[in-house]
Write a protein that binds this ligand. Sequence first.
Ligand code: ATP
Ligand code: MG
Length: 720
Amino acid sequence: MDITKIIDPLNDAQRSAVTAPNRAVLVLAGAGSGKTRVLVHRIAWQIRVEGVSAYGILAVTFTNKAAREMRNRLEELLGLSTHTMWIGTFHGLAHRLLRRHAKQAKLPDTFQVMDSSDQLRVIKRLVAGMNLDETKWPPKQIQWFINAQKDEGKRARYQLETGDVFQRQMLAVYRAYEELCDRSGLVDFAELLLRAHELLRDNADLLEFYQQRFLQVHVDEFQDTNTIQYAWLRMLTEGKDNLFVVGDDDQSIYGWRGARIENIFNFQQQYPNHQVIKLEQNYRSTGNILNAANKVISMNEARMGKELWTEAGEGELISLYAAFNELDEAYFVVDRIKAWINEGGLRSDAAILYRSNAQSRQFEEKLMATGTPYRVYGGLRFFERAEIKNALAYLRLMSNRDDDASFERVINTPTRGLGAKAIDDIRLIAKDQDMSLWSAAIALLKQKPMAPRAKNALVGFLELIDRLSTQAEGLELYEKVQMVNEQSGLIELYKNEKGDRGEEKLENLDELINAARLFDAEQENEENLNELDLFLAHASLEAGDMQGEEFEDCVQLMTLHSAKGLEFKLVFLVGMEEGLFPSQQSSDDIARLEEERRLCYVGMTRAMRQLYLTYAESRRIYGRESYPRPSRFLREIPAECIQEVRMRATVSRPQAIVKSVDLMAQGRQFKLGQRVGHAKFGEGVVLQLEGEGAQERAQINFKQAGVKWLMLSYAQLEAL
Ligand code: ATP
Ligand code: MG
C-alpha cells in the first residue's frame, strides 16, 4: 500500500491532523494553511490506512464547485472512483436524503426545489392574497424572516406569539407560506436543511441507519455552519466521536445569513474527547500579502487569535490605485489584466473581487470591449434566466401538477388568451377550497360558467401538460426537454421576439437540451430515482446564490462571498470605499463591521502573488453619484506593504492613507472598537479614527445618541 502520496505533501502539523486517531478533530487555522488539503488527505488516509470503506464517508463543503474539486482530488490520490461517498454541499446532501425518504419526510415523491427567486415570487403572491400592503410588508423582508426562522429550526406553528404586532403578522405569513408549500410540494433552500434535520430526528430507524453508515463525517468551512446544519451533524455523529471539521473563525462571513461562529465553541464542549490542531504556515501568498492581511484582521476584537507565516519571501508590494471614478477603475484593472496576459499569465489566474454584484457591469463592459473572455460568478446564471425557468416550469408541472410556483409561471406564457380575471378566479378557488392552482383550475371549469375563449385556453393548457407528461414516458431526459421546448410554444414565442435577445433565448433553450444530455444522474445519486426530478433539483441548486461554475480560461469575476476557499495568482479587490466596503449598513454596528473586515481578510488572502486594491473618488452606483472616502481597511494595512500606482498626475487621497497608516503606527489614544464615555452622549464604541494632532477626529456609535463624529481635542472622551 503506497501511502507516501497521502503523507509526503504535508507538513508536520498537517500530517498530525491527517493521521489523528479516530476521534473528533477540529483543525483551526488561517487562510491558505492547507485546511482543505488536510481534509482531502484525511479521507484518503482513512480509506487506505484505517480501512474505512468509501461507502462510510460523508464530506460536506460549501459550494458545488468545492465538492467537485474534492472528488477530483480524491480520485487522483486514491486512484478509485468516489462514487459511493457522500460528498456535497449541505443543501445537496439534504436534498438527496429527502428524495430517498420523501414519504417519511412527509413530501410528495415529486417535490420540487425552489431557488430564492422562486421563493420570493411565491411570497409576493401570498402577500397580495392576504391583502397586505407590500410597502409595509416588503416580500424580501418576509423572505429573510422565514429563512432566518428555518435556519434556527423554528416552525411557524410552534412559536409563541408575543404581543408584538409586527411579529404576529410575520408569523401569520410564515404559516400561510408553509401551508402553501406543503400543498404544492415545494421546498425552498432553508427548508431542505430543516426538513432533512426533522427527518432524522423523527425517524429513529433512519437515524440509526445513517449513523451506522457514516463512519467518518468531514466538514470544510465549519465556521459558516448555521444552527440547523450543526444540529444535523450532531445527530449523525451522536455517541461517536467521528466528526472531523476544519475552519477559520477569521473567515466567518455568513453571520448575516444565520451562520453561527459559536458552533466552534459548541463543538469543543460537546465532543469532550476532541483534539484541536492548529496550522500556521501559509502556502498560498507572499509575505507582503500575508502581513497586510494579518494586520487588517488583527483590528477585530472578536477573534480567537492566530498568526500565519510563510516561507515564500516578501514578494511584490500590494498596489493601491485611486481611480477618478468607477470607469477609470475598470479601465485600470482591465489594463493590468491585459499586461498580465501579455506577459504569459493565464486569464483564469486573474480575479476581480467586489462587495456587491452591481459592481460587475463596468468591468464586464471593459473586458468585452477589449475582447477578453471572462466569467461572472453569482450573477444571473444559466438556470436563473427567464427562458430557462419557463421551460423548467413545464417540466416541473409534468412531474408535479401541484407545483403552484410553476403553474403561475407558465399558465400564460406564452400568452394563451387567459385574462387576469380567469387567473384571479383560479387563485380565489385555490385559497377558499385550500387546494393547488392546478386542482382549482379544474374546479373552475366544473363550477363556474366561463367565457368560451378563456375556457378553451384553460382546457388547452391543462391538456397540454397532461399530453406532455404522457408523451414523455420512455423518452431520454434530453428528449423530454426538447419536446417541451417545441410543444410548449416557447420556441415560437422567442422566435417572434425581436433583436438579439430572442436569438439568445433560443440558444439558451438549446443549451438546456445539452445540459440534460450531459446531466449525469449517477453523480447526483447512487440510486435509481426519477431522473427528471433529479435534473430539476440540480437546476435549482445550481442557481443557488453561493454556487460557482466550472473554471475555463477566462478572467474570474465574483463577489467576495463567492471567492471563499479559492485562490488566484492575481487578485483585484475593487471598490475599497466607505459605504461600499465596508457596506453602509455595517458602519454603525460593530459586529457587522467586524464581519466586513473578515470579508476583507478573505479577499486579500485569495491572492497568491499580486494583489491590487482600488477605490474611486467618485462613483455612480445604484443610480446615485457619490464621493466616498477610501475604505478604513486601506488605512489598516501597514504602509511598508503597500505602493501607490499613479496613472494620473493629480491623486491626492492615497497620500492621506499612507500618512494615517504612519499615525496608526505611532499609537493613538483610542483604538477602533474601544468603549468610551462622553459627558453628554454617554457610552459608545469607537468606529473610526482619522486626522492627527489637534485635528484628530473619531466616529463613535453612542448607545443613546447614535453615531457622531467628534474632534478628540474637544470631546474629552474617557476610555472605559
Ligand atoms: P482557505 O482558508 O482559503 O480555505 P485552506 O486553509 O483550505 O485555505 P488550502 O486551499 O488547502 O488552504 O491550501 C492553500 C494552498 O496551499 C493550496 O494551493 C495548497 O495546494 C497549498 N498547500 C497546502 N499545504 C501545502 C504543503 N504542505 N505543501 C505545499 N503546498 C501546500
Ligand atoms: Mg479551504
